[in-house]
Design a protein around this ligand. Structure first.
Ligand code: SF4
Ligand code: SF4
Length: 446
């Protein structure tokens, strides 16, 4: 049986309840109930780490497919730059773009072009920025969600410039409506995604009323079809518009590199690149408790090495890194982006989030009523201190504090802890023995 948690699906026939996913999830969003993994969607940041760490391949993401193209009169595909890193050899990216058209899309517009535009917009934003610091990159939606849930005080530190894929889609839609005279709803825009976080950020956007993108297809879902076409495709068009600046965003350090090259970061402050959820949590903790100071900009990526390490990619992340580096260095394309035009649109607010991001702090998840939430937090701490503190996971929660949390939320019982269960069984056995020694008054003593 398959169980869905938003875009994540767990195949319960494959799941062996081995706890690998639960122990690897950095936001404690997985539990094992009745021998099967379950996801707590209010804690999940859709990073996809559990996909990679499940030895049974029981966790997957549901995305659209090529059959969805039929729903539109005209279709545009936006490949993430990490897609280029899945294939070796000469001619990439243009060959990949031609192959996408051969698969049935009417046009291709690259995410990397949106990334180059987002970089210029960020440079302008930095020029006028007056705090609070640090500014945190908005490129990785898993990190945005992590901040909303675990570091709500930093929500206003997130750079409010839209995802590059959304910028690309906004331009493409406007252009095609004008050029082809089509209605907006007749144009279907599909994004090729490297991870579940980007799929959710598009499907359930929180930064505007509706995404400019209609559907998402994961790299892993389209890889086979693309590979088959790539072998035969002829490069009849020059479709590549992206330069190394935008393509570089696929790997860690790519975003900050351009800000440094344009000398937009302050000399009296630090700027850092951090990848991997565990490391990002450590850095944000450090900033929150004052151990890390004077940081101006953080490029934080949930996946090791950045999006090339995304859970829905195919190629080895280190090989992919080498390929992106080659594309960046060997890319002699002149940018077609007109900086003055981007600056003008920036001033009009074209690239900004249309809605303010809201925190989703954990306390309010314990109870919608803040007073009750505080009471529940107290109770949780009491239960936590009564547990053995071994964090063994045998109860189906990743650690003792998470079990205490689940008890308060009514999802579990203290006796799910094997030690508490033994204590309780021992108490009950003693009680039974005591009762066995007692007799009603009516029975004569011997
Ligand atoms: S996608 Fe990430 S946050 Fe969500 S359950 Fe899997 S590992 Fe945890
Ligand atoms: S680093 Fe990139 S691939 Fe990984 S979760 Fe973030 S946006 Fe997705």
């Amino acid at each position: 049986m398959k169980k869905s948690y938003g875009i994540i699906t767990i195949d319960e026939d494959k799941c062996q309840g081995c706890v690998n996913c639960m122990m690897s999830c950095r936001t404690e969003a997985i539990r094992i109930y009745e021998g099967k993994a379950r996801i707590l969607t209010n804690k999940c940041i859709y990073c996809g780490k559990c996909f990679r760490d499940c030895p049974e391949n029981a966790i997957t993401a549901s995305t659209h497919g090529l059959e969805d193209l039929k729903r539109y009169k005209y279709t545009i595909v936006i490949p993430t730059s990490s897609l280029y890193a899945q294939f070796p050899g000469e001619g990439v990216p243009n060959k990949v773009l031609c192959a996408l058209k051969a698969l049935g899309f009417d046009d291709v517009c690259e995410e990397a072009v949106g990334a180059e535009i987002a970089s210029i917009a960020t440079q302008e934003y930095l020029k006028e920025y007056r705090g609070p610091y640090p500014i945190i990159s908005s490129y990785c939606p898993a990190i945005i969600r992590l901040i909303q849930i675990q570091f709500p005080n930093f929500v206003d530190n997130i750079n409010p410039i839209e995802l590059p894929a959304e910028i690309t889609a906004k331009y493409a839609r406007e252009e095609k409506v004008k050029e082809l005279g089509l209605r907006e709803e007749e144009i279907g825009i599909f994004y090729i995604a490297p991870c579940p976080a980007k799929i959710v950020a598009i499907a359930k956007t929180e930064t505007k009323e509706r995404s400019y993108i209609n559907g998402t297809i994961s790299i892993s879902a389209i890889y086979g079809q693309l590979l088959a076409v790539l072998r035969e495709v002829r490069e009849e068009e020059d479709l590549q518009k992206a330069t190394g600046v935008g393509i570089g965003w696929a790997m860690k350090g790519g975003e900050i590199r351009e800000l440094e090259r344009q000398r937009c970061l302050r000399d009296d402050k630090e700027s850092i690149v951090v990848d991997g959820i565990k490391n990002v949590i450590k850095v944000l903790d450090g900033i929150e408790n004052g151990k890390l100071r004077n940081i101006e900009f953080i490029e934080a990526r949930s996946c090791p090495e950045g999006c090339i390490g995304g859970a829905l990619t195919v190629a080895d992340r280190y090989v992919a890194r080498g390929r992106i580096r080659k594309l960046m260095l060997g890319n002699e394309k002149e940018s077609e982006i007109k900086r003055e035009e981007v600056v003008r649109r920036f001033r009009e607010g074209y690239y900004f989030f249309e809605k303010r991001l809201k925190p989703k702090p954990f306390a309010s998840r314990l109870d919608p009523d803040p007073i009750k939430a505080v009471e529940k937090m107290k109770l949780r701490d009491e239960i936590h201190s009564s547990l053995p503190g071994l964090d063994c996971g045998a109860c189906g929660a990743p650690n003792c504090r998470a079990l205490a949390d689940d008890v308060v939320q009514g999802r579990a019982e203290v006796t799910d802890c094997i030690f508490k269960w033994r204590e309780r069984a021992k108490d009950l056995a003693e009680e039974v023995m005591e009762w066995a020694g007692k007799k009603p008054h009516s029975i004569p003593k011997r």
